[in-house]
Design a protein around this ligand. Structure first.
Ligand code: XMP
Length: 527
């Protein structure tokens, strides 16, 4: 059964549409606009038929054209942009979107004289509304091989960089402004990115009414509609993992149908120390009925001999859904509640055109569950919005602000084959890392902090003897959205304390290393 379309706003009250051309950072644009209180929806272009364009953007005050892997020479998106221009839509093109806009308006796009990747200095050569209160030299985040090398006739160039002779431009057309910027203001590393968006939403008169109360109401309304589709005598199963997303999704449904809701928590034996217990306590406080399924042996058996990371994810995911399916069947449930959030969909390659990076296990394949109604109250929300909802629903604060743990849990924090011994080691090391970081109150400013059991073995000295044992990597990162991240510059003493504690409390570990790689090029998790 299909759900009832978009939650949290029908297309009538959306202020900005972000047309996603398959860029990795595209959904961040919508997120930034929402942070500014503007309801922005993200629409993957590959799913949009040109004839539907008018309907999709009818109520919006402006459209953002995102970055993407295509090149304007492919002429894949000219038609969409021409339609938008003809219907006098306020536009903001970013990266590929900027090039596309320039190309359709008659400018020239070519290989950049100096392709720019990462931090780049730009010079603002002319002030205008989009760049109000932004200094004339700023550092921004770029990622492009092509560039607009000649602006369209009549366009004003107002920023340049070494590799982008037209780093920003403005074109006036029948009373609307068509802006384009080569850099990515949505990425936190771009200075004054939020200011640029703020200036833009002011220029298009977008309403800033996307508040926590409205989000709450939208999600509740949507969930009510979904629940009304379920037969009254049927149970509703919520797949919960102990994390924030699935817990908030279940808590929302319990507001509407608590007497029929059962939270199924499958213990795959891969949870960090204490996590399951904390989650169970929080659910008890909320009054959620929980069916705790101990399947840890089954998971461990299924993972025996498996080295490949994606294979591990696939096995965990398949076994998880097999058990979940059995539970749904046992309860004769009429629906399944899932805590899918928007970035899960995007990172799982659900958006055509955006590269598949990792298969996140909490994104359900509909084929696995046939015709069952899947209720995903949060699938259009970003993490910070889910956290706010969690607070409003009275979830335990520890759960609301818990650091993310990947669906496959510690299995992707043991490099290669997962064994009972390795799991025990990584669980202990992880517990030590967490304990020390939290003891010094450093957790608030960090996105994630955890231990990884690497494939490496190394020599050490334990007591008076030579020892040969495991190497633990400590990963501690700062990030705003997990799309980019950098290693935390922690006091040396804290890192040394972590190394000392791990090596002295875990026999088989002889060495601890600190991962100093940013994302990109690394990912946050090691697998
Ligand atoms: P990466 O490693 O891709 O991680 O930089 C970005 C964020 O996603 C989390 N992550 C996952 N979450 N299932 C999940 O539910 C997964 O398979 C998975 N892999 C990574 C990761 O912890 C980080 O917060």
């Amino acid at each position: 059964m299909e759900d009832q379309g978009l939650s949290c706003g029908s297309l009538d009250n959306v202020e900005v549409i972000v047309l996603d051309f398959g860029g990795q950072y595209a959904h961040l644009i919508a997120r930034r606009l929402r942070e500014l209180g503007v309801l922005a929806l993200h629409v993957p272009v590959d799913k949009l038929r040109p004839e539907d364009l008018d309907m999709v953007i009818s109520g919006a005050k402006g459209v953002v054209l995102s970055g993407g892997p295509s090149s304007v020479w492919e002429k894949k998106h000219d038609r969409i942009v021409s339609i938008l221009i003809r219907r006098k839509t306020n536009l903001l093109g970013i990266c590929y979107g900027h090039q596309l806009l320039a190309h359709v308006l008659g400018g020239r796009v070519d290989k950049s004289p100096k392709p720019e990747f990462g931090p780049t200095r730009i010079r603002i050569v002319e002030k205008n509304q989009l760049l109000e209160d932004i200094p004339s030299i700023i550092n921004v985040w770029m990622s492009h091989n092509d560039a607009v090398v000649e602006p369209p006739k009549g366009a004003k160039v107002f920023a340049v960089s070494e590799g982008s002779p037209v780093a920003a431009m403005k074109y006036e057309y029948n009373g609307v402004f068509l802006y384009g910027v080569q850099w990515h203001p949505e990425v936190v590393h771009s200075e004054f990115g939020m200011k640029l968006f703020e200036n833009w939403i002011k220029s298009i008169n977008a309403t800033r009414s996307w508040t926590p109360n409205i989000i709450y109401k939208c999600v509740l309304d949507y969930t009510m509609k979904q629940v009304s589709l379920i037969d009254n005598d049927k149970k509703i199963v919520a797949a919960i993992s102990g994390g924030i997303d699935s817990s908030v999704a279940a808590a929302i449904v319990s507001k509407i149908a608590s007497d029929r809701l059962i939270g199924v928590l499958i213990d795959h034996g891969l949870h960090p120390e204490g996590e399951l217990e904390n989650a169970l306590r929080a659910y008890k406080k909320l009054g959620l009925v929980i069916d705790l399924v101990d399947a840890s042996e089954e998971f461990l058996n299924a993972l025996r001999g498996v080295n490949d990371a994606e294979e591990k994810r696939r096995i965990i995911s398949e076994l998880y859904f097999k058990i979940l399916k059995e539970k749904i069947y046992d309860y004769n449930a009429g629906a399944l509640v899932q805590g899918t959030i928007y970035p899960d969909l995007i990172e799982s390659g659900f958006v055509p055109g955006s590269a598949r990076i990792k298969s996140h296990h909490n994104v359900i394949s509909r084929e696995l569950l046939g015709d069952l109604l899947i209720v995903e109250p949060l699938k259009w929300l970003y993490k910070d919005e889910v956290r706010r909802l969690g607070e409003m629903l009275g979830l335990d604060m520890k759960l609301v602000y818990k650091k993310p743990v990947p669906g496959p849990g510690l299995a992707v924090r043991v490099e290669g084959e997962v064994t009972r011994e390795k799991l025990e080691i990584v669980r202990k090391a992880d517990y030590i890392v967490r304990g020390i970081i939290e003891k010094y109150g450093l957790d608030r400013d960090l996105w994630q902090y955890f231990a990884v059991l690497t494939r490496s073995m190394a020599t050490g000295v334990k007591g008076d003897n030579r020892a040969y044992g495991y190497v633990i990597a400590v990963r501690i990162v700062e990030s705003k959205d997990a799309m980019t991240a950098r290693p935390a510059r922690l006091p040396w003493e804290v890192l040394e304390e972590i190394a000392l504690e791990i090596t002295s409390r875990i026999d088989r570990v002889v060495r601890v290393v600190y991962d100093i790689t940013s994302k990109p090029p690394a990912t946050i998790e090691w697998e």
